[in-house]
Design a protein around this ligand. Structure first.
Ligand SMILES: [Zn+2]
Ligand SMILES: [Zn+2]
Ligand SMILES: [Zn+2]
Length: 345
């Protein structure tokens, strides 16, 4: 039996965009604590002399919606209109892997929202003062060549961040695509990025105790193949699979993969097949959240895996955290990630 998370108390919470960052510098943390203390009229307590900031590696969610964003580019349907009016923007699906010990940060996918996503990592970086940080991350893992997952790479080029030999980890086919098509080819030639080809199912070591392993994901593979990543740390492991065809397309049953990870962030593009008027979303080729809940909630497997959905399309009613669909997902023991959610590794 899979055991998705049961409550936002037990596991990294939903909607935690404004939580106190775990890497808040001690001085700022002391200020927050003193401010809270002053507001609540409680007696002041001395600030601890030594920091107790946890040093375990972790994954932070930096985006949770489909390639077109939310509100979706050029869309005026009701949910997008309301999101635009209220400023309730969500970012295109991506992760950061943070290794506090060696102070290294890696992105998983370079999305069109990469500028806002780097801002979400301000608390885990020590950037140089008063100038552009030419090393805002230590590497980027790419899942595939669809716009939401790699075009943000362009911002690391000469016209913007202008990195020097930034490692870009991707499959051989993805690397070949980048090497032979502009503007990516120029980034390779000028040394903004260096392509690090990875083999499927071969762990890539990021630090003493963290590895990233690419696994094949069946998907529309026009320019590149598509992978998901298993990120393993000393205490926990996480599967990131933002884009896949339906679960029936998997040659290795997906439950076999799920049984070997503690947390899975899965393709939740569509909630049900009728959510886009006049279009059967099954023909687009993603598992439906309704189907995933049926499949993974029916007692298959025994990994104790906690399952969350990500990469939600703007048409997905589960984007509304107060809606009935989000409530159904939670009631079934699953979750929906939001920007700022963290998972310890
Ligand atoms: Zn996508
Ligand atoms: Zn829309
Ligand atoms: Zn895709």
């Amino acid at each position: 039996m899979l055991h998705p998370y049961r409550s936002s108390k037990s596991f990294p919470g939903l909607g935690s965009f404004r939580r106190i960052p775990r890497w808040t510098p001690p001085a700022v943390l002391a200020w927050i604590l003193l401010s809270a203390s002053a507001c609540s009229q409680q007696p002041e307590r001395p600030t601890p002399a030594t920091s107790t900031v946890p040093k375990a590696p972790f994954v932070r969610v930096v985006g949770s919606v489909q390639d077109g964003g939310f509100p979706h580019v050029a869309c005026s349907h009701e949910a997008c209109r309301k999101a635009r009016e209220s400023g309730a923007r969500r970012l295109v699906a991506g992760l950061a892997v943070v290794l506090p010990g060696p102070e290294r940060t890696y992105l998983v996918d370079a999305t069109p929202d990469v500028a806002a996503q780097l801002e979400l990592l301000a608390d885990v970086r020590r950037p140089p003062q008063d100038r552009v940080d030419r090393e805002p991350v230590d590497g980027i893992f790419l899942t595939h060549a669809h716009i939401g997952h790699y075009v943000g790479l362009a911002f690391f080029g000469f016209e913007a961040v202008h990195t020097r030999l930034l490692p870009v980890y991707c499959t051989r086919r993805m690397a070949s695509y980048l090497r032979t098509n502009g503007p990516w080819s120029q980034m390779v030639e000028t040394g903004n990025i260096v392509l690090a080809e990875i083999e499927l199912d071969q762990p890539q070591r990021l630090g003493d105790d963290v590895t990233v392993t690419a696994i094949r994901s069946p998907h529309r593979d026009e320019f590149s193949d598509t992978v998901g990543f298993i990120i393993r740390g000393p205490r926990s492991s996480l599967l990131y699979l933002p884009d896949t065809d339906s679960w029936q397309a998997w040659s290795t049953p997906v439950l076999e993969v799920l049984q070997h990870v503690d947390v899975a962030l899965l393709d939740g593009t569509f909630y049900s097949r009728d959510e886009m008027p006049g279009r059967d979303v099954v023909s687009i080729g993603h598992p439906l959240i309704e189907e995933s809940i049926r499949r993974f909630g029916e007692g298959n497997g025994d990994g104790g895996t906690r399952i969350y959905f990500t990469h939600l399309n703007h048409s997905n009613p589960a984007l509304d955290p107060d809606g009935i669909e989000a409530a159904r997902i939670r009631a079934a023991g699953f979750g929906i990630v939001r920007e700022g959610d963290e998972f310890e590794l």
